[in-house]
Design a protein. Sequence first.
Length: 332
Amino acid sequence: MARRTWIAAACAAILALGVAACGSDDSSTSSGSSSGSSSSSAKKNYKMTLIAGVKGDEFYITMNCGAQAKAKELGVTLDFQGPDKFDAGLQTPVVNAVAAKKPDAVLVAPTDTKAMYAPIKQLSDNGAKVALVDTTLEQADFAVSQIASDNEGGGKAAADTLAKLIGGKGKVFVVNVKPGISTTDARGKGFEAGAKAAGLTYVGQEYDDDDPSKAAAVTKAALAKNPDLKGIFATNLFSAEGAATGIREAGKLGQVKIVGFDAGPKQVEDLKKGTVQALIAQKPAEIGADGVEQAYNALTGKSTEKEIGTGFTSLTKDNLAENPDAVYKASC
């Protein structure tokens, strides 16, 4: 009898442990279910990538700084990629590598209006929201937004500024990047129209392939051909850097005035030294921030702006201290 009582007690204890264990499992399952429900209702962490025209350019570095700040504000993860040179052949594999990672959205500065259409369009076809920043494509209807400076207006402003610097007359020349880039094409076009309207003698433009050393060589060749050249408009950061070097090496510092486009640290230093007399500074941080915001709006079902134009600031040695935010950054 005592033995049967002990066995019954042992069975009861085992049964109680089993129930407790089952209860523990149910509790754990319930907790896991609750956690899953909570995470599914949490805000999605969208993944975006900014593909620059060229990774080492302070313009694009500053754009990335503005984009990263906006991404942090919106809770978005933003990667930064770009080729080592402003070249469609180098940018295409970067775009393809980004596409393989299937980001939710991509901000991209096309290095060619035609050649970059197919790889960038593929991003859109794969489901990514695409915002074109700084540069654009001939066919850009698939983009959720295009954000850029008023580049033609900037070219005209450069012509007006140069006309004042050289006394309203004389020969002027353009050092440009390469044909087929929407932004620099527009700057060159705007400058030519502005120079002719101002009564200057426009002697044409040459291309430097975004290489400062080639820009220096192009500048020296132009000076040899036109010894009475009065002014140069350099359409981007590397062109301005090279033009300044070319004038210095030709021994014509102070005789030939330069208006550059963009305001990287090197250009600002040249402005302070008097090598460059004026800079047309864009607002790359604003372009980057707007790109992230428009892509985010597209992902979250909000309305987007198809085109956004950002302004620019004309910098001289005299007003530089008043416009510290216009200077581009070498790092964030």
